[in-house]
Design a protein around this ligand. Structure first.
Ligand code: HEM
Length: 406
């Protein structure tokens, strides 16, 4: 890093920079060994001209802390017409948004929705428990977090399909049709169409909440004031757009990674069943190990700078790997042991610095409630015979069609 003297170790790291390829970074099924290898090789690489990758925890923390040098204002075109709020905004404007949004996602708000989460979890489990098998990805992981959003936004169950369609249109455009999925222009066209639908959909609900305020989060967006300022309608729509992406898929992906792990590790299952008090620790440890959001949104270098030993020119893209940072042996003892009783689990699966996940308390609550209700009702389960080969599609880390039996 620019302020630190160069050591022999960092010089060696620079020499090995050429050893990492884009393909190496795309292993989503079992990436942990690759993470460890990249840390050993020095931890900071120019993967291709103008594209840098950070694996070491210390370097990643530095990049995330120095948001003045590494900006988040990198345009992401996923069908949105303006920057995603707050992800693509830098301080000081970012600070204003987080001051408004953080209280709406505070732990005590999550206490208030705990019973609602349990009810929703059990409703989905009711749907398949008698069958003694399920497609966990489709029948639980993808639908539970979307239904939680119905509750937060004060929407009825009938709106579940609309929320799922909007999520799929942005996150999996053309998933049902290979010809579309492999064609970037067609995918973008679907994302744009869906984007327009998201803006209209939420605009209509916001119109209603302005006239008839309710005890829901959308009314909260309309009425919360910081330093005498409120969010504009456009700003709220940009936040809603990000929520459809960041708030739904992340939890779905995490759930499928957790259950793939548990289905293959019956001893860890038994620990939860025998003592549900381990659940909070289990959630943190599986977040660390699985790191379902493997890397951060691209950062753009705002000026020429040095990171470890490398010259990073202004305008270069810098990507941090949360997954690698979470198995860095300089931070974690025995990082390859998945231990539910690990103390001081200082993982960064929710990111770090000013952009640390806004929804982390909500996500944790959804994950804890799921583990609690599921293991209370389905204490012993595994992968369905014949479905042991798990597929992790491109994107965040998630398991496609995870088939479980009990
Ligand atoms: C287990 C589930 C989740 C994981 C692993 C996760 C992970 C992350 C990570 C790693 C970041 C930082 C991205 C970066 O710096 O590039 C982030 C940001 C964010 N997350 Fe989550 N997230 C989860 C659930 C949620 C939920 C439920 C919400 C609902 C509101 C949410 C909303 C956001 C938002 C709005 C940001 C941007 C924050 C900012 O830029 O200030 N996330 N999340």
């Amino acid at each position: 890093m620019s302020q630190e003297p160069l050591t022999e170790e960092t010089k060696r790291a620079a020499a090995m920079a050429a050893t990492v390829s884009v393909e190496d970074l795309l292993d989503l099924a079992a990436p942990q060994h690759g993470y460890a290898q990249r840390i050993e090789q020095g931890g900071f690489f120019e993967v291709m001209p103008g594209f840098f990758h950070s694996a070491r925890r210390e370097t990643t923390s530095y990049i995330l802390r120095r948001h003045d040098l590494f900006s988040n204002a990198a345009p992401l075109d996923l069908g949105n017409v303006r920057p995603l709020i707050p992800l693509n905004v830098d301080p000081p404007q970012h600070t204003k948004y987080r001051k408004i949004l953080d209280p709406l996602f505070a732990p005590r708000r999550m206490d208030a929705i705990e019973d609602d989460l349990s009810e929703r979890a059990n409703r989905f489990i009711d749907g398949f428990i008698g069958r003694r098998e399920c497609n966990f990805s489709k029948e639980y992981a993808e639908v539970f977090p979307a239904s939680v959003f119905l509750g937060l936004f004060g929407l009825p169950w009938e709106e579940l399909d609309s929320i799922l369609e909007m999520r799929d249109g942005i996150m999996r455009p053309g998933a049902a049709d290979d010809a579309v999925e492999l064609d970037p222009d067609k995918r973008l066209a679907i994302q744009r169409q869906t984007g327009a639908r998201i803006y209209d959909y939420f605009d209509e609900i916001l119109e209603d909440r302005s006239a008839r305020p309710q005890a829901d989060m959308l009314t909260g967006f309309l009425t919360t004031e910081i330093d005498g300022e409120r969010l504009s309608r456009e700003e709220i729509l940009d936040i809603c757009f990000l929520f459809v992406m960041a708030g739904l898929d992340t939890v779905s992906d995490t759930l499928s990674c957790f259950y793939a792990f548990l289905a293959r590790h019956p001893d860890h299952q038994r620990q939860i069943v025998a003592n549900p008090a381990v659940i909070p620790g289990a959630v943190e440890e599986m977040l660390r190990w699985e790191s379902p959001v493997p890397s951060g949104a691209p950062r753009i270098a705002t000026e020429d700078t040095l990171v470890q030993d490398h010259r990073v020119p202004a305008g270069a893209i810098v990507q941090v790997s949360y997954g690698a940072a979470n198995v860095d042996p300089s931070v974690f003892d025995d990082p390859f042991d998945v231990r539910f009783d690990r103390d001081a689990n200082n993982h960064i699966a929710f990111g770090a610095g000013v952009h640390r996940c806004l929804g982390r308390h909500l996500a944790r609550r959804e994950l804890r409630v799921t583990l609690r209700e599921w293991h209370r009702r389905i204490p012993d389960y595994g992968l369905k015979p014949g479905c042991e080969d798990l597929v992790y599609p491109p994107g965040l880390r998630s398991v496609k069609d995870l088939m479980l039996v009990w």
